[in-house]
Design a protein around this ligand. Structure first.
Ligand SMILES: Nc1ncnc2c1ncn2[C@@H]1O[C@H](COP(=O)(O)OP(=O)(O)OP(=O)(O)O)[C@@H](O)[C@H]1O
Ligand SMILES: O=P(O)(O)OC[C@H]1O[C@H](OP(=O)(O)OP(=O)(O)O)[C@H](O)[C@@H]1O
Length: 211
């Protein structure tokens, strides 16, 4: 008998795109989803159960096996460095992680970089041989250079609207970001048939040029 797959779904931007992808793959996902305050949504017809998590927590639920699989941005995977299998690039929620500064930025002796991704930023600048102080923020990162907390930021850019409206300049794109399907290592073995079947269905949709 087929086993139910526990799927950690990120609340927020990715959710609707991921649900739509699942539907295109022929899985009956009802439209309500995030509209309710329910955090665990049984989907017996799809052979799944959705666990609605904060995006940054998805790899944690998957690493510990509280969820068998999950959907999460590559930015979070790079930052959290959890022990999970990355199975598929879903190609959704596409954006980039970039270094951003004021138009008149010039390298100073003591450089500060504000970001929601302190591990990724520290690693990047270390690998470049650049000494910077990384300051962790949790949102509205673009504020930091505007009010003198840091000279530069490392943050996500999608349309570029936030940068334009705040007079900031994208200096360098350092990673292309999309959402990924990840799996718990034990679940991948114990529920291999179900996980593989889902991957095959999703891959068939992703391969379509219209997506
Ligand atoms: N414009 C964008 N800005 C930030 N992330 C984006 C953007 N477009 C797509 N993404 C992707 O969507 C994911 C989730 O973003 P979302 O804003 O929903 O969550 P979050 O940043 O963790 O927000 P919160 O802290 O409010 O929960 C990111 O991890 C990234 O992979
Ligand atoms: O290039 P754009 O299309 O303008 O998108 C990029 C912006 O979106 C994200 O912020 P978010 O909306 O998640 O808010 P936050 O500042 O609270 O993280 C990101 O941190 C940028 O600020």
């Amino acid at each position: 008998m087929a086993q139910i797959l526990k799927v950690a779904m990120p609340k927020g931007r990715i959710y609707n795109k991921a649900a739509e992808l699942f539907r295109s793959a022929g899985l009956p996902i009802p439209p309500e989803g995030e509209a309710s305050r329910k955090l665990v949504i049984p989907l017996p017809e799809a052979g799944m159960e959705f666990i609605l998590a904060k995006p940054v927590d998805v790899p944690t639920y998957v690493e510990y096996g509280a969820a068998d699989i999950g959907i999460v941005g590559k930015d979070v995977l790079l930052e959290e460095d959890r022990d999970v299998y990355e199975l598929l690039d879903l190609g959704i929620a596409r954006c980039r992680m970039s270094i951003i500064g004021l138009p008149n930025w010039e390298p100073g002796i003591h450089q500060r970089v504000a970001t929601k991704y302190p591990n990724v930023a520290s690693r990047y600048f270390r690998e470049q041989g650049q000494q910077v102080e990384v300051i962790k923020l949790n949102g509205s990162i673009e504020l930091a250079p505007l009010i003198g907390l840091a000279e530069r930021i490392v943050d996500m850019v999608e349309t570029g609207q936030t940068l334009r409206e705040n007079g900031l300049v994208e200096q360098l794109s350092i990673f292309e970001i999309t959402s990924r399907l990840v799996a718990n290592r034990v679940s991948y073995r114990m529920k291999n048939t179900e996980i593989q079947q889902l991957c095959d269905r999703l891959q068939a949709v992703i391969a379509q040029p219209s997506l």
